[in-house]
Design a protein around this ligand. Structure first.
Ligand code: ADP
Length: 445
């Protein structure tokens, strides 16, 4: 296969500019004079060299001017390389034969190819893109083609194909935009809306049914009426909780990209939440014990949001601990990311563990943690990775709903994420579950 000569200029001397001819003539005269007058030979040879150099430079410029044959035209196209290299998105320049004339680093990295001069078809086979390249080269058409590639993850790409005319050379420029993040965000949004509506529709359907019953068959029976009204209260409460949690979640997500800069005392937050939950916990006949240092445990964080984390975790723990049992809340300083995860999250030898959220590695960062440990039934290992997914409830999977929204742990996860912290769970069926959230320590006051 004949490869195009991209870098060697085949000059057509008859078309070289006047400057080149003058240069060559000067060089010739200089050499002749040098031969005739021996004394100044060195100086004249130097002059000849300079004139020849100037001539060649002038002639090289001629190579990229229009009206040249294909080989020279390609040399011209490669002159566009710095422009293509400057683009942030993967970009390729393809000649009329479908060969890659130029590519940028982003394209070489993403498409994993090295050599220039390869055919486009050897790295990309999508028929619509190849057709768009032909249309650009032959008819000067501009097109945008969307396509999907399924490797380990599904990728969505939009490829812009535009004609490039460089003298007589016809080429196509391809620029690739990755649409994967946009499309998956759109999908998540649509899924979320569908899930939220479904979750609200269930209690609403119950309410409608109960209203019909009270208005119809139960109309004259006071006892039935009271019973159905109590059931309506439960469904209305569920709807209120769902809406509260959904609003919380959306508020947290709004500023999730802005990490907090305030300071809070995690031990104090835990104490406050335990006090606030005391009546609810007492009603379930569960004790909550706090193990925290006597001094403050200062962290970088927003007090209100940290309180929400602690409240959701203690609320769950108390809900699952059988009457007479104990929930242990521990607050402490953990050390760096790895030390914190192992010190606070690896206590039970037989337990399964999942890191729901892990902060990016950062040197010199130290964390403080809160661990909420219950004496509940524990969670089977295969459910652990799904715990913080919105609306996920183990009970629903097992077919015995108990009225949770499945949003509490998602809220915890998003708050911890805003704090650039970590969130993990260890659980052992028959022993209990322990949830650990850790955030950046603020050191001494
Ligand atoms: P909710 O408690 O409102 O259902 P969460 O997001 O707080 O929502 O919890 C999601 C699910 O995780 C719960 O429905 C439950 O199945 C499970 N879960 C959470 N905490 C515990 C716990 N301490 N022990 C056992 N299961 C738990």
């Amino acid at each position: 296969m004949a490869m195009p000569q991209f870098n060697t200029a085949r000059l057509r001397l008859e078309r070289a500019p006047l400057a080149a001819w003058v240069g060559v003539a000067l060089a010739g005269i200089a050499v002749l004079v040098a031969l005739a007058t021996n004394a100044k030979a060195a100086l004249l040879t130097l002059l000849a060299g300079a004139a020849a150099f100037w001539a060649v430079r002038e002639a090289r410029r001629f190579v990229i001017t229009p009206n040249v044959e294909r080989g020279e035209a390609l040399v011209g196209l490669t002159e566009l390389a710095p422009l293509i290299e400057a683009l942030p998105d993967p970009a390729l320049l393809i000649d009329a034969e479908g060969r890659i004339v130029s590519s940028n680093a982003a394209a070489r990295r993403q498409m994993q190819f090295e050599a220039r001069g390869q055919f486009l078809t050897s790295i990309l086979r999508h028929p619509d893109v190849l057709e768009a390249v032909q249309a650009a080269v032959r008819e000067g058409e501009t097109r945008a083609v969307e396509y999907e590639t399924a490797a380990q993850v599904e990728r969505h790409t939009r490829c812009y194909v535009a004609p490039v005319n460089w003298g007589e050379a016809r080429a196509a420029m391809l620029v690739f935009h990755d649409q994967t993040a946009r499309i998956s965000t759109e999908r998540m949004r649509a899924d979320f809306l569908a899930n939220a509506s479904h979750e609200l529709r269930t209690p609403l359907a119950s309410l409608t049914l109960l209203i019909e019953t009270i208005a119809g068959p139960a109309r004259d029976n006071a006892q039935d009426r009271d019973r159905f009204l109590a059931m309506m209260q439960v469904q209305a409460d569920r709807m209120r909780r769902l809406i509260d949690d959904l609003l919380s979640l959306s508020r947290i997500e709004l500023d999730e990209h802005v990490p907090p800069s305030d300071r809070a005392d995690l031990a104090d937050v835990a104490r406050e939440v335990i006090d606030a939950l005391a009546p609810v916990v007492a009603e379930r006949n569960v004790r909550v014990r706090l193990a925290a240092p006597t001094g403050p445990v200062r962290v970088v964080g927003e007090r209100f949001q940290l309180a929400q984390v602690v409240q959701n975790l203690i609320d769950n723990a108390a809900k699952y601990t059988p009457a007479g049992g104990e929930v242990v809340v521990e607050v402490g300083d953990g050390g760096d990311r790895e030390e914190t995860a192992s010190r606070a999250g690896r206590r039970w030898e037989q337990a399964s563990r999942v890191a729901i959220l892990t902060p990016a590695a950062a040197a010199n960062l130290s964390y403080a943690f809160i661990r909420v440990e219950d004496a509940g039934p524990g969670i089977e290992a295969h459910f652990l990775p799904r715990l913080a997914q919105r609306f996920f409830r183990v009970e629903r999977e097992l077919g015995n709903e108990r009225g949770g929204t499945g949003l509490g742990l998602a809220i915890v996860k998003h708050i911890v994420n805003r704090h650039r912290g970590g969130f993990l769970v260890e659980s052992q069926p028959g022993r209990g579950s322990a949830f650990v959230a850790y955030v950046e320590s603020a050191g001494e006051a």
